[in-house]
Design a binder for this molecule. Sequence first.
Ligand code: ATP
Ligand code: MG
Length: 801
Amino acid sequence: MEHDKDIQTTQRGFHCNLCIVNIPNKPSLDDHVKGKKHQHLLRLRAQRKAQEENSVFVSGFKPDTSQTDLKEYFAQFGPVSDVIMDKHKGVYAIVEFSEPQNAQAVLAQLEHQLDGLKLRVKPRERKEFKLATRGKQDSKNTQISLDRLNNELLKATSVNEQMQKVVDSFELKENEKKVRDLLVQLLQEVFTEFFPDCQIVPFGSSVNTFGIHSCDLDLFLDLENTKAFQACAKSSEATGENQSEDCHSEDSILSDIDLSTASPAEVLELVAVILRKCVPGVHKVQTLSTARLPVVKFSHRELNLHGDITINNRLAVRNTRFLQLCSGIDSRLRPLVYTIRLWAKQKQLAGNLSGPGPLLNNYALTLLVIFYLQNRDPPVLPSVNHLKNMACEEEECVIEEWDCTFPSQPFIVPSSKNTEDLCTLLFGFFTFYSKFDFSASVVCLRDGHVLPITDFLRRDEEAVDTAEASGPKPKRSSAPKLGPMNVLDPFEQNHNVAGNLNERTQKNFKRECCEAEKYCRSLQYQRKSTKGKSWGLVRLFAPLSEAGPRSQVETEKIMEVSIPFKAAVLPEPLRAQLALAGKSFRSIWFAKICSAVHTVFHEILKCSPLEETQTVAATTQDKAETEGNEMEVNNNQSVEDSGSQAKSETGKKRPLTVDEEEEEGPSTSTVIEAKRQRLDADMEHPEPVHWTWSQGNRVWAGRRKVRRDLLKTSDETSKPEGGCIDIESRVTQSIVEKEEKLQELLEFKVDAEVVGGNQSTKVVLRFHPSHDTTGVFQDFFHFLESFLPKMAETILGRAGS
Ligand code: ATP
Ligand code: MG
């Protein structure tokens, strides 16, 4: 088969050279080669091959020769389907015929002449068909500098020295900074012509001390003073006074636009026109007015720079100052950030290549490093709240209602008592995040510690209440967008800077941290090889493809399916319930998932129960729900009595507290509190649940087709697999009625447990078939791997509606 040569067997599965993807196992490989992408690329390759065989490469004609002239000349050999001229017309052309024999006929003729000139005719060059990957050039350049860097790293004597070398080879050098300054100056001059008193302020990696050679130039066009200027000019006009000196009387673009009422898109359009027409060397100007922060992108030809101009980005200028400050407070931050950025890039975890994507951006990654350093023992960096307390009055700063106060100078901040070296701190970073419960925690640099996600489910509720009660919502009251990874911006406290990440990126980040952590434990990381082998950072920076596809082998062997806790997709009533549950939220959620999983096996896939401890789940749920109700009552009291809120030993707010000293003897609240504490302990680690099921049909086979047929004859709108309970039950029913039964009943056990705390919160389901000599259960399991989590999510959503 043709795809055989495209598929390569690797240590951890397969690799498709055509689509450039890793595939973990045979069933996925079969799906992959039948899939849309692979099939599309096969067709495209066949089409390109035919085009190559049907065409010839022609040069030597006059510069003014047209496509029609060439078409007419070559038509004598057969019908010409296309003539493609090169960009700078007149150098070469590709003449394409409808049949390969026409091209052969052209090549067979020894001499060709057009307008008295001898044409050179060659077979068309055969290019290897390769998927054009975005940022190919970029990764090629990185690879070259990485190869050079690796040579340098091998010469170092310690990991500490290696990390310093990473900084040396990537950081922006003085001359590069000067070039950037010059461009800023030039833009300042040009823009001042059009927007009197405006300011061009650089921010981002060019100035935050973490810049690398190729980083973009982020600029903020501050029009505050220009607005004041325009207002002043307008009022003088209205009163008929002569324009004062202060209001600069020269003509400007401001007669065309009213900055107090113009939309950001209108202003940026103007900025784009100025860039295009008035700034020498600028090209590729593009306005993205629908981005979260509308922006004009541009490049500078001679300086080989890419830039961004935004107009409403004061917070970014301020957070840039914050990063600069952190660098100044502790010199270990820079080498750590440079090293971790490079590691993350190599592992395809960070650096979205063309604009927004599901990977971490460099800002979010840097915040993760700072947060880790705030959590070292003793801390390397202080929390943002601590920094705020060190600032003086003049340093107070509020932007868009957010408190952005911190000292302007690093020497105000006392030196850290932490003396760990870079090698240890890097190892610690991987350990910290390999054990991090991303699903249930929120990274908060403001407080310098983790906040439970339940706090944010509640905040969301409160935000809704506030909005309902008092009309328009104040900016601060809206909740952050919760996702698989939650990193609060240190200033804009309802902005999740990792809100763009998807489940897969979060998992990959964690998995790579685990792998790096494992490697850092080895001697190869810590000690220079005496035999010239790669050691230290060199192995850490091995790109993903070299290290092989991400390991799925272990999960396959154990037959395990995980259902992650996804705060973002929980139905509203459940969010409210979990928000009040404190530490017990895992138990309540676990009970809901168990009930959903039971529904999937019993009602949707029509499995028969042989034995179950569903009662355990039911009891857990009952307990949790009853307690949730009690808590709700009591929590309302404690919310009103806000002064009585205390802190637990980890510094987390406890939703339920009473001022015990006020009461003589145990009050009702104290009893509830005591009961809750007991329950908390139980509920933090609820008992696992077990079921044994049997299945007599191949309910997994051919579901897509059955679903399609069913949808054709029903009014239901199309839903993806696992998206609708009713349709999926009917699909199973139809298979059970129409298809042959399995020769032997499938019997299997399922153990379910909830994990979290020092790993991502999730329900883990382990499958144990009683016997599976024919591999039938393996097929069923592969189906369940994707079906079960999707279906459970749908059922949970339904429960909330
Ligand atoms: P690089 O350009 O090298 O990838 P960078 O730090 O300049 O790194 P950009 O994506 O260009 O990253 O962003 C520029 C600046 O804008 C950041 O340094 C940060 O100050 C701010 N910024 C970027 N993303 C966010 C975000 N999600 N939330 C808040 N501020 C952000
Ligand atoms: Mg940048």
